[in-house]
Write a protein that binds this ligand. Structure first.
Ligand code: ADP
Length: 532
C-alpha cells in the first residue's frame, strides 16, 4: 500500500526522504549524470594505461570515502530516529557497511601498508572485501526500495529507536569484523578472485555482473517508486555505482590502470552524492523553517496589536453610548422637573437611553461570541450542513428582502475541525451583509449565491456572493477593521469577528468585488485529515 505525502504526520512532511524533488533538482540530477557519463567517455581511451602510485593515493581515497559514507550513514540514522522507518534503517545500515568495509579493504591492500597488506592478508582477502562492498550497496538500496512504500504499521519500526539504532550499528560492526576475520584467516579457503596482486581471475567477472544486475533492478524499482529528493539522488548514486562497476570490471586493465583509478574517483563521487544532498537539503529546509517561524511570530505580534486596538476601540465605543445615556437621562430629568413637565421630550430621551443601552449591549455581546465559553471546543464538521442551518435561520430576512438564494455545494466536501457556533456566526454575518448590500438594488435580481468546494490540497473554501452595491475601492482595506461601517445602523464589528474566527480555525477570509455587480466573500478552512 502506498503512503501518500498528505497522509504523513506534520513532523515527517518536511524531510528530505519525503519532500518530492522540484523540477530544478531533477534537472540538476540529470546534468550531474550527463557530466559523469561524459567523464567516462573521456576516460575510456586511457583506461588501460598503468598508473601506479598506490601508497599515497589509496589511503587518501579510502579516508575520503570512509568519512563521506560515515557521515551519510549518521545523517540517515537521524532520519531513522525521526521517521522510525524500516526502509531508512536498511539504507543507513547499508551506507555504514560500505563505509566500514573500506577500512579492511585498504589495510589489506597489497603494496599499501606492506607488500602483502596488513593483517597478514593473502591475495584473495582484499578482493573478497571489495566484492562484498560492490554487491552490498545496490543490495541495500534494493531492500530500501522494496520496504519504503509499505504501510505505516508494516514499515515503521516497532521497538524503541534508542535501542534499535545502536543495535543495528553493533550488528553491522560485528558483521564487518566477521568478514574481515574470514578474509585474513586462511587465504586458501577463499574464492580465487585474483590471479596476482593486480589482475583479476575469471571468477571475478561474476562480481561486477551481480552488482550490475542488482543496480539495474534497484534503479528500475526506484524509478517506478520515486517520490522524494532522496530517491532521486539514490538513482544518480546507482548510475555512478554502475559506471564504476563497468570501469573496474570490464574497461580497466586490472588494478592501478587509469580506468581503475577513474573507477575510484567515481566511487568517491557516489560516496559523497547523498551526503551533499542531505547537507544542502537540510540547510535549505532549516532556512525555510526559520523563515516560517519568524513569519508566525510577526503574525502573532500583529494579532496582539490588533487586540490592543480592539480593546481600546471597545472602551471608546462603549463609552460613547454611556455618555449619551447620561446626557439623555439629564435632559429627561430636566424635562420632568419643569413646572409643566414635557412628557413627549422625556419619552424621546428615554427612548434614546434604551437605544444606547441596546447598542452597548450589542457591542459587548459581539465581542463575547469570540471569547464565549466553549468557543474553543472543536469537532469534525460538515460545512455544507452549517450552510443549510444558516440559510434556515435567515430564511425570513431573505424572504422579506426578496432575495433569491442559489447554492452550489460540493457533495464530497471533506470534514473540517471547528466550532459550529462560531462558524455559523461567520456564515450568518456574511449572509446578512450580503442581504444588506442588496437592499437598495432595484434594477436587477437580488441573488445570493453560496458555494462550497475544495481549495488547494488541504483546504475547503466557502464563498458568499451577492449582486449588491459592491465595495468602494477606498474602503477595501478597512472593512476588517473594528468599528468600520458604512451603515447608519451598523456596528462595524461583524467582519472583524468573522476574520478572527476563521483565522483561529487556521483559515483565511478575504473579499473580491464581482466583475459586474456586488461582492464575494471567501473563506478557507483546513481539512480535518484525521476524519478523512
Ligand atoms: P456592519 O455590517 O455592522 O457594518 P461589518 O464588519 O460586517 O459591519 O461590515 C463592515 C462594512 O463592510 C460594512 O459596513 C460594509 O460597508 C462593508 N461590507 C460588508 N459586507 C459587504 C458586502 N457584501 N457588500 C458590500 N459591502 C460590504
Amino acid at each position: 500500500m502506498l503512503r501518500l505525502e498528505n497522509e504523513l504526520p506534520d513532523d515527517r512532511k518536511f524531510l528530505v526522504s519525503t519532500v518530492p524533488p522540484s523540477r530544478g533538482q531533477v534537472r540538476l540530477a540529470v546534468w550531474v549524470l550527463l557530466a559523469l557519463v561524459l567523464a567516462l567517455i573521456v576516460t575510456v581511451p586511457f583506461a588501460r594505461v598503468p598508473l601506479n602510485d598506490t601508497q599515497i593515493l589509496l589511503p587518501a581515497y579510502a579516508t575520503a570515502v570512509l568519512m563521506a559514507e560515515l557521515i551519510t550513514s549518521a545523517l540517515l540514522f537521524v532520519l531513522v530516529a525521526i521517521q522510525r522507518s524500516r526502509a531508512m534503517l536498511v539504507l543507513a545500515a547499508g551506507y555504514l557497511s560500505t563505509a566500514l568495509l573500506i577500512i579492511p579493504w585498504v589495510l589489506t591492500f597489497p603494496g599499501v601498508f606492506g607488500p602483502s597488506g596488513l593483517l597478514d592478508a593473502g591475495l584473495q582477502g582484499t578482493a573478497l572485501i571489495a566484492a562484498v562492498r560492490r554487491i552490498g550497496l545496490p543490495l541495500f538500496v534494493l531492500v530500501y526500495v522494496l520496504l519504503k512504500d509499505s504501510s505505516p504499521t508494516e514499515g515503521d519500526l516497532s521497538g524503541p529507536v534508542n535501542r534499535i539504532v545502536p543495535g543495528s550499528i553493533a550488528a553491522v560492526v560485528a558483521a564487518i569484523c566477521g568478514l574481515t576475520w574470514i578474509s585474513v584467516s586462511d587465504d586458501a579457503l577463499l574464492p580465487r578472485l585474483m590471479t596476482d596482486t593486480s589482475r583479476v581471475s575469471a571468477i571475478w567477472s561474476y562480481v561486477p555482473a551481480t552488482a550490475s544486475v542488482l543496480c539495474l533492478a534497484a534503479l528500475a524499482l526506484l524509478w517506478s517508486r520515486r517520490r522524494s529528493v532522496l530517491d532521486l539522488w539514490l538513482m544518480v548514486v546507482l548510475c555512478v555505482w554502475l559506471i564504476e562497476t563497468f570501469l573496474l570490471g570490464y574497461i580497466s586493465a586490472g588494478r592501478f590502470s587509469v580506468g581503475w583509478w577513474a573507477g575510484r574517483l567515481y566511487g568517491l563521487m557516489s560516496a559523497s552524492l547523498v551526503l551533499l544532498v542531505l547537507l544542502s537539503e537540510t540547510t535549505t529546509l532549516y532556512a525555510r523553517l526559520a523563515r516560517s517561524v519568524s513569519a508566525e511570530r510577526r503574525t502573532r505580534e500583529a494579532r496582539l496589536t490588533t487586540m490592543e486596538v480592539l480593546s481600546a476601540s471597545i472602551a471608546h465605543e462603549v463609552n460613547q453610548p454611556l455618555t449619551s445615556m447620561v446626557t439623555h437621562a439629564d435632559a429627561g430629568l430636566r424635562w420632568l422637573q419643569r413646572e409643566q413637565p414635557d412628557l413627549d421630550e422625556t419619552k424621546a430621551a428615554l427612548k434614546s437611553i434604551v437605544n444606547d443601552g441596546h447598542r452597548a449591549a450589542k457591542i459587548i455581546e459581539s465581542v463575547r461570541t469570540v471569547f464565549r465559553k466553549g468557543a474553543q471546543d472543536r469537532f469534525p464538521l460538515n460545512v455544507n450542513g452549517l450552510i443549510q442551518d444558516v440559510l434556515g435561520q435567515t430564511q425570513s430576512d431573505v424572504r422579506l428582502s426578496r432575495v433569491a438564494v442559489q447554492t452550489e455545494l460540493d457533495g464530497d466536501l471533506p470534514a473540517v475541525t471547528g466550532n459550529p457556533v462560531q462558524l455559523q456566526q461567520v456564515l450568518t454575518n456574511l449572509v446578512t451583509n450580503a442581504i444588506d448590500a442588496m437592499s437598495t438594488v432595484t434594477d436587477r435580481a437580488r441573488v445570493l449565491r453560496i458555494r462550497s468546494g475544495i481549495h488547494e490540497p488541504h483546504c475547503i473554501v466557502v464563498s458568499v456572493e451577492d449582486a449588491g452595491t459592491g465595495l468602494d475601492a477606498k474602503h477595501e482595506d478597512r472593512i476588517f477593521e473594528p468599528f468600520f461601517t458604512t451603515k447608519s445602523y451598523g456596528l462595524g464589528m461583524g467582519l472583524m469577528i468573522c476574520q478572527s474566527i476563521v483565522e483561529s480555525h487556521g483559515g483565511r477570509l478575504w473579499m473580491t468585488n464581482n466583475l459586474r455587480h456586488g461582492a464575494t466573500f471567501h473563506f478557507t478552512l483546513p481539512v480535518d485529515e484525521t476524519a478523512a
